[in-house]
Ligand binder design. Structure first.
Ligand code: C2E
Ligand code: CA
Length: 797
């Protein structure tokens, strides 16, 4: 569906204003994506969280790396230490074994030289070539295992040390036997084969040593409590092993798996779980050159890595703290950002709301909340454009309340406002949502029916509107009836543009009012002419003063007895360039309505006063001149100034100026009128009650007024002379007039019968066509001059 076709609905009452924001939205569309990206409420927080995550990742990677490096260093240190300790330990053991071997070789040599173990031993002893028996016990055993000689108390001798004997029998190198427990001590025999002179096995030379001696150099400071040093035989039996304070002798392990490097290359340090005690260690082992044993050194992994673990724990703890702090800061920042964003959003919303309010105010009537004149103008323009394009019809209803002014005047503005609000509500309730109700100001409303099928449909809507307003309104607790008159114009037949449609609906509304109100009228070309004339009249009336189209005619007032002219009444005439002479009845209501009566009235006063002075100056008789005042003039606060300056400027005698005011005006509100009349009297002017008898005022009211003349309305003369009722009324009026003022004038005297009647009823002042028609000032001058010459005879009346 074409979006534009639906727009009548879119312009319905719920629309808050025209759509000026639409363009703005379009222009902002281009930057909206970037704008949204930056200003999305979640985005800064998401970025913050992301940044926090990144920072945490970096922190923990660094921490992990530090830990790794620490452990790597610790591992390298442990390996290096393990190897260094192995070197040291190897040197120690090697030295001891070498020393022992030296002794054994000496014994071997001496036995060979002497041929007898005992002698050789004594010889060595004598030459002090044997070590002290405190550490090493040196012995010689024959091939059967019998002790031949010893430098001390050999614990093994005699205990048939078959093991060392067997080993020595088989080997020509140094042999290391199994450690043997003797009491609560251990003995480790190390021996060399002795060869008999015939070359057969001749026994064995041994050195006994406490095997724990080999591990006495255990340094806790370097090896820790769980480190290990040990001397391991190629047979897989530990000759001695120490871990902390625990010294173990014996005990088996797999030699091959411990001594991985057999040769003289760099020794590898292996991290492995030691089979013998289940502790993981950086273990280094090396076979001793020339001896059937290997040295083993190990540093406990736990101990070696403990400082690194400690430091890593510290790093982790610090990273944990830093993470917490980071999360806290990120949290606080996110919270602040969220808060800030919320504040910003609220501000934004407030601004939008404010803009909406301002827009609403600009396009809506503040009293009723309905679209106002300018909003309606836009809607109508749109409607004309679209209806023109799609060949649609629509209707404009111009609605004016009948009698609203009275309600406003009598009950006050607040009640008037209440009434207008209720009218707006009723209209909205009566009409469809798609229809538009607007207030033009005052008591004028316009309804736009955006799509209509035919005129009948519009008529029924108009009638519905009138009916809904015909129900009584409750104002200040009382019921009032206010009806409405409605004028309808249809698009396209009654106007092709907004102005024409509005004007014609207005004209039709006037027609409805003329036709008796509480009605609706469709505009027709025929009614246009009259109302248009009224519009033309209004336009030209505004220009009439400037163009000097006004003129005063004067009608004489005469004394019935003498026939002499006693005064003049100034009557306004408008010489319209096209329409010719226009009578007051035609233009005065319009002048009153538009307020033009004030400048016009001012002109009348000045002109009449000047004319009066001019006649006098011409040597014509001294006469009063009567000037009519309408209600608007009478109640105008400037009235006194206007009258005073007219008198002053013309230098006219105030006594000659009569001001004619309708009875209905004077009697309306004596609280207001009396002070005005008194002011006028103070100026010296005279007051005439015009159209007396039509106001039906009570005598008591009129009696309170400072009146000079009573002018009885011609209405009461209309009845023919034979009508006794009419005569009675006239009699009564004349009598009343007399009681109220010094003189009574009857005007509108047209027939001889009327003259006769008045004369016989002692009414002496008259004015009427029977005697004089209103005439130009020049004609009046001629008339007056003629009077100076011959006084009119009574007969002529
Ligand atoms: P009004 O004050 O009752 O004035 C008298 C009207 O009766 C005049 O009509 C006059 O021409 C008419 N008239 C006089 N004698 C007769 C008669 O024998 N028979 C009939 N049928 N009519 C007669 P006009 O001049 O058309 O004035 C009409 C009304 O316009 C006046 O009624 C007066 O109220 C008002 N008016 C005239 N001039 C002015 C003016 O300058 N200012 C104001 N405010 N009102 C004026
Ligand atoms: Ca008059």
């Amino acid at each position: 569906m074409d979006p534009e076709i639906s727009s009548p609905d879119a312009t319905a009452r719920e629309v808050s204003g025209p759509t000026p924001v639409a363009g703005h939205e379009e222009s902002s569309h281009g930057r909206s994506r970037l704008y949204r990206l930056l200003h999305h409420p979640v985005r800064p927080i998401a970025l913050l969280v992301l940044a926090a995550f990144l920072a945490l990742a970096v922190l923990w990677t660094a921490t992990w790396n530090l830990g790794r490096v620490e452990h790597e260093n610790a591992r390298e240190t442990a390996e290096t230490t393990s190897r260094e300790l192995l070197d040291t330990y190897e040197a120690q053991v090697f030295r001891v074994l070498q020393q022992m071997d030296q002794t054994l070789r000496s014994v071997q040599y001496a036995v060979q030289l002497r041929g007898d173990g005992r002698t050789a031993f004594d010889d060595l002893n004598d030459r002090d070539l044997l070590p002290p028996d405190l550490i090493f016990v040196v012995s010689v055993t024959d091939h059967d295992g019998n002790l031949v000689a010893t430098n001390g108390a050999s614990l093994l001798a005699g205990d048939a040390d078959d093991d060392i004997l067997d080993l020595a029998r088989e080997s020509h190198s140094l042999v290391v036997g199994q450690p043997v427990a003797v009491g609560d001590e251990w003995r480790l025999p190390v021996g060399r084969r002795l060869t008999a002179p015939d070359g057969s096995f001749g026994g064995v030379a041994t050195v006994e040593v406490d095997p724990t001696f080999f591990v006495s150099g255990y340094e806790v400071s370097r090896l820790g409590r769980d480190g290990v040093v040990g001397i391991l035989g190629q047979d897989g039996v530990f000759r001695a092993r120490r871990s902390g304070d625990d010294v173990t002798v014996g005990g088996r392990t797999d030699y091959e798996s411990v001594v991985t490097e057999q040769g003289f290359g760099d020794t590898r340090t292996v991290l492995s779980t030691n089979e013998w005690d289940g502790v993981r260690r950086y273990t280094s082992a090396r076979e001793l050159y020339g001896f059937p044993v290997a040295v083993v050194v190990g540093i406990s992994e736990n101990e070696a890595l403990a400082p690194a673990d400690d430091r890593t724990s510290t790093y982790v703890a610090r990273a944990g703290m830093a993470s917490l702090l980071l999360i806290l800061i990120a949290g606080v920042l996110a919270w602040m950002s969220w808060k800030l964003d919320r504040v910003r959003r609220r501000e934004g919303e407030a601004q939008v709301a404010h803009a909406r309010r301002v827009e609403h105010l600009a396009y809506h009537d503040s009293l009723t909340g309905l679209p106002n004149r300018s909003f309606l103008g836009r809607l109508l323009e749109d409607r004309v454009r679209l209806a023109g394009r799609y060949g649609q019809q629509f209707a404009v209803l111009f609605l004016d309340l009948d009698g609203f002014k009275q309600i406003n005047d009598t009950l006050g503005h607040d009640a008037g406002d209440d009434l207008l609000r209720e009218v707006a509500e009723r209209l909205e309730a009566t009409l469809r949502d798609s229809d538009v109700v607007a207030r033009m100001g005052g008591d004028e409303f316009v309804v736009l029916l955006p799509t209509i099928a035919n005129a009948d449909q519009v008529a029924s809507v108009a009638q519905k509107v009138i009916d809904s307003l015909a129900q009584p309104f409750v104002l200040l607790g009382e019921q009032f009836t206010v009806t409405a008159s409605v004028g309808v114009s249809l698009y396209p037949q009654d106007g092709a543009d907004v102005q024409a449609l509005m004007k014609n609906a207005d004209i039709a509304m006037y027609e409805a009012k003329e036709a008796g109100k509480k009605a609706f009228r469709f505009f027709s070309q025929w009614m246009g002419s009259e109302s248009r004339e009224r519009l033309d009249l209004e336009v030209s009336l505004r220009q009439a003063l400037v163009r000097q189209e006004f003129e005063l005619h004067y009608q004489a007032r005469r004394d019935l007895d003498s026939g002499r002219i006693t005064g003049m009444e100034a009557l306004l005439r408008w010489e319209h360039p096209r329409l010719g002479t226009v009578k007051p009845a035609k233009f005065l209501p319009l002048a009153e309505e538009t307020g033009l009566i004030l400048p016009i009235g001012k002109w009348v006063l000045r002109t009449a006063c000047r004319q009066n002075v001019a006649w006098l100056a011409d040597g014509l008789p001294r006469l009063s001149v009567a000037v009519n005042l309408s209600a608007a003039q009478f109640f105008d606060p400037d009235l006194l100034d206007v009258v005073a300056s007219a008198l002053e400027d013309s230098d006219m005698d105030p006594e000659l100026l009569e001001l004619e005011i309708c009875e209905s005006i004077l009697a309306r509100d004596t609280f207001k009128t009396v002070p005005i009349l008194e002011d006028l009297k103070r100026l010296g002017t005279r007051i005439t009650v015009d159209n007396f008898g039509t106001g039906y005022s009570s005598l008591t009211v009129l009696r309170g007024l400072p009146l000079d003349t009573i002018k009885i309305d011609r209405l009461f003369l209309r009845a023919d002379a034979g009508n006794a009722m009419a005569h009675e009324v006239t009699d009564a009026l004349v009598a009343m007039g007399r009681s109220l003022s010094s003189s009574v004038v009857v005007h509108g005297v047209e027939t001889r019968e009327q003259v006769d009647y008045l004369r016989s009823h002692a009414c002496h002042q008259v004015q009427g066509f029977f005697f004089d028609r209103p005439s130009r000032a020049t004609d009046i001058a001629v008339l007056l001059r003629g009077e100076l010459v011959t006084a009119p005879s009574q007969e002529s009346f």
